[in-house]
Design a protein around this ligand. Sequence first.
Ligand code: CS2
Length: 497
Amino acid sequence: MTTTDLPTLNSRTVAASSLLHRRALAETGIVHLGLGNFHRAHQAVYTAAALDHTDGPWGILGVASRSAAVADALRAQDFRYGVVEISPTGSRVTIPAVHTGALVATQQPDAVLDAVAAPATRIVSLTVTEHGYTFSPRTGHLDTEHDGVRSDLRGEAPPRTTIGLIVRGLQRRLRSHATPVTVLSCDNLAGNGGQTERLVREFTEALPAAERDELLPWLADAVTFPNTMVDRIVPATTDAYRRTVADRLGLRDEVPVAAEPFTMWVLEDRFAAGRPGWEHGGALFTEDVEPYELLKLRLLNGTHSLIAYLGALDGRATIPDAIGRPFVAEAARRVLHDDYLPSLTVPAGLDLDAYVAQLFDRWANTALGHRTQQVGSDGSVKLRQRVPDPALRQLRGGRMPHHLALTVAAYMCCMAPPTGLDAGPHAAAMADPAREEMRRTAERTTSVRDFVTAVINGGLLGDRLAEHPQFTERVAEFIGILARHGTDAAAGAAAEA
Ligand code: CS2
């Protein structure tokens, strides 16, 4: 039997399955921007646990940015889908069943703005990836040169950026009833709540005076932006995961999400209008999220980037394949311990050795098959969050962060391979908003060193690393070694330095 012969997963077939709990969904209390896999395997699962514990008005309206595919499929399945938890020892499927609707921002912009403004909406959460915040990689401020930002500032419909959409929705809310609301970033940005608040404010400050003066005081009074640390490795959906749901439940699910068993969520408890009891799903509420955020952003995400770029250049399709190469594992260990760890304050009570050992186990989860291409995509916006601060800290202390330089060198080789280097299919498949610009820079510069200088001075990693030409020099040296002698030799040179 093929999966197409099976009944579709929907509220009726799910309710008939003894495996699954039944939940009569209450009203929508959360509008979530970014209906991607991560949200569906993370916040949705915590919300399901909260609602399993106590009923509440916390249904989630999911908003896809552009693509209608997931929203349409979810609608056809009454917003039910499977989360396939994959570990080396097996898999299990759960159905969060917390979504009350799905919209596509580009197709139904007015309905999205209405949803943000609706009195019942108490939380507007977002997972739009680093790329979705439209900050300038150079300055970190709102990118007012960005076409979408400019169009949104002029008030053209539909809003083209997430920050524009949030501000326009909040404006509508203020004008209709002005009740408080929480904007909850769940993306991998350092200080994600604070950054979102700043970008929202910068957008508002750039509006005409009357709009600005109306909105700014209300934002300060009635809207909170808690910081959060989110963690769960969630690969792209494949037919293999669709088959797992079919095998386990005997139902056809077009949009399951696979995820590792590990999951973590740490949040500041600053909600303007209440929240679900996410602690019942294991979320941790604390006054100071920053140590957790930085720990995860650097040790997991930062090291992940190095594994993805070195792995891709070495011809590895997946993170577990990459970390299975001893020289990649050693480079990961070194960047984590030598370059990232000194920049961190370990949260009180956290067993660092166990945390690090667990990271290596998570990366090695071959059953999950997380792709190097996925982790390596959008490096220009991701590395900006991961590399500069720890690198600057080392450089200012008179130490060269060799493995951070290697990370940047491997990234640049994936984006604009120097002469003599075949970066391979996994690097070629990495999407990145800066790729074209880097390629053009490579064409107009005559040496690797000039290329690296132009890219770094152009603000790829902010504007402060350019003050340390020895870092640029080191990146150029690694690119030379990668091109002439390969990934193994480059990692070896970093380890010996
Ligand atoms: C990864 C993250 O793609 C990436 O950059 O590092 O998506 C990572 O898998 C998650 O943050 C894990 O929580």
